[in-house]
Design a binder for this molecule. Structure first.
Ligand code: SF4
Length: 488
């Protein structure tokens, strides 16, 4: 075989069909025994002959591109790399060293070592399967959202025989050329860093040929809001036509997936170059997805878009909610409750409202979502270079205001990315008493709502109902360890 594509087993899992449980992979080993933790958060995906039933969407995209370019390629389970005798091994990474925002936050609370996602990535490179393929001369190319981390850990590349790391969207011709060069035995560059202008066009992005984890299907790339701490915003905005989206929905549905996620940085802005959702496009898009998936969720949306179209949200809830689902989920960024900080780091996040209105936009959006049964996992960022104690207090006040909003609020430590990529990392040792208070408040909110949301999150699924107490136990452990180690 010319090329096999793979990812470590924390990524090669569908997390019991619950995308949000994937967050658990960024936790470090804790009081739950590892085999139990693995089963709870990243159970092994069903595979036949080393080929997984579902694979991470990013891998499926590269697989599709390479197939369209005439390569002999398969996506394989990580313990089956050698079985296919590959000349090139392509690996997708999300957070290979545990330096991403959720891993560093977990580490700040639990303080107990290498997160699972980093551990299992390393273990994959130490496995017999990988080592045997390398001994036969296979070359290794790494890409994916976490590829930037290798710039700071080149020794690791040498140690595990990683030839090239591609940073950027892997369908670009420059990235595909690296696979050709690898097969031809040519000398490879250590890094290929694609500039924001070097992004594939819509026509260059192939449609997936095999099922993706949790039926995830992209509807577009890029974001027009331009937050300073975000790398997505540097790339051009591209929306896929309905036909392209439908082809991928069909691939997943044909593979037996009937619950899925549509993915974009803001689903509500589908087809728009600005920040106001279009009713007709939204209705058409959600009806289309619902035709293939009995249970539909959104990857991301924004408070501002929700707040700008309450009537549309009501209509969308009527399309999405039915006898198969009583709520739907999305990830949404609050980031801060401070108007002053919002103006500095994310002036367009509140648009079409003014940045000065940001906290009210969040509260208004929360009210609309509560009425529509959209339950989000919200993120906050603390440790931003320009954040003051007063900004943190404002965020604490906003979290208090949201106490009756069915949601999870996940505080993340600042990691230098986007336009702030040259700024200092936030270190957990630098956490102030006010930041600890913010973490405590979020944890209280999450403990309360995890209990409530858990009742409907795991409903109807017998396996998940049976293991639900263990998830509750995990949350209790976080709370207890946080208190014991005097972080909380
Ligand atoms: S709204 Fe989200 S995706 Fe868009 S720039 Fe801001 S953080 Fe990035």
């Amino acid at each position: 075989m010319e090329v096999v594509l793979t990812a470590d087993r924390t990524l090669m899992s569908n997390h019991h069909g619950k995308e949000f449980l994937g967050f658990g992979t960024s936790a470090p080993p804790n009081w739950l025994p590892e085999h139990l933790f693995r089963y709870l958060f990243f159970p092994r995906i069903k595979s036949v002959g080393g080929l997984p039933w579902q694979a991470p969407y990013g891998l499926r995209k590269i697989e599709a591109k390479l197939l369209d370019e005439g390569f002999d390629v398969k996506t394989v389970y990580p313990d089956s790399i050698d079985r296919f005798n590959p000349k090139v091994i392509g690996i997708s990474v999300m957070d290979p060293f545990g330096w991403g925002p959720s891993s560093t936050t977990f580490a700040g609370i639990l303080k107990t070592g290498e997160p699972y996602l980093a551990k299992y990535f390393r273990m994959m490179l130490e496995s017999d399967s990988y080592r045997k393929a390398k001994a036969k001369g296979a070359r290794t190319i790494v890409g994916g959202p976490g590829a930037w981390q290798f710039k700071f850990n080149q020794k690791f590349m040498d140690k595990y025989g990683i030839d090239t790391v591609i940073i950027g969207e892997g369908e670009h011709e420059k990235a595909v050329e690296i696979y050709r060069m690898a097969l031809q035995g040519k000398e490879l560059p250590k890094f290929v860093e694609l500039k924001p202008s070097e992004c594939p066009t819509l026509n260059e992005i192939s449609e997936i040929k095999h099922a993706s984890v949790n039926g995830l299907v992209e509807i577009g790339r890029g974001c027009p809001r331009g937050c300073k701490f975000c790398s997505v915003t540097l790339r051009p905005l591209r929306w896929y036509p309905y036909e392209k989206i439908e082809k991928e929905l069909k691939v997943n549905a044909d593979a037996g997936i009937n619950a899925g996620v549509i993915h974009a940085e803001d689903i509500l802005l589908y087809g728009q170059s600005g920040v106001i959702p279009d009713e007709e496009k939204q209705i058409k898009l959600n009806k289309l997805a619902k035709r293939y998936y009995k249970n539909l969720s959104w990857s991301h949306a924004s408070f501002a878009a929700v707040a700008s179209k309450p009537k549309l949200m009501e209509e969308l809830s009527e399309i999405i909610l039915d006898e198969h689902q009583s709520w739907w989920g999305a990830e949404m960024g609050i980031e801060t409750g401070s108007v002053e900080l919002a103006k500095k780091i994310m002036p367009a996040k509140a648009k079409p409202f003014r940045a000065e209105e940001w906290p009210e936009v969040v509260i208004q959006g929360a009210g609309i979502m509560k009425d529509c049964h959209l339950i989000p996992a919200c993120t906050l960022i603390t440790g931003l270079p320009e954040e003051t104690e007063d900004d943190i207090i404002k965020t604490i006040e906003l979290v208090d205001e949201l106490k009756d909003f069915p949601s999870l609020i996940v505080p993340l430590f600042f990691v230098p990315m986007g336009k702030l990529k040259d700024r200092e990392w936030f270190k957990k040792e630098d956490m102030s008493e006010t930041q600890k208070e913010l973490l405590i408040n979020c944890l209280r909110h999450d403990v309360r709502w995890t209990r409530e949301i858990g009742k409907i999150y795991f409903n109807k699924n017998v396996t998940l109902q049976a293991i639900r107490p263990f998830f509750s136990l995990f949350f209790k452990i976080i709370e207890w360890q946080g208190k014991r180690k005097e972080v909380l």
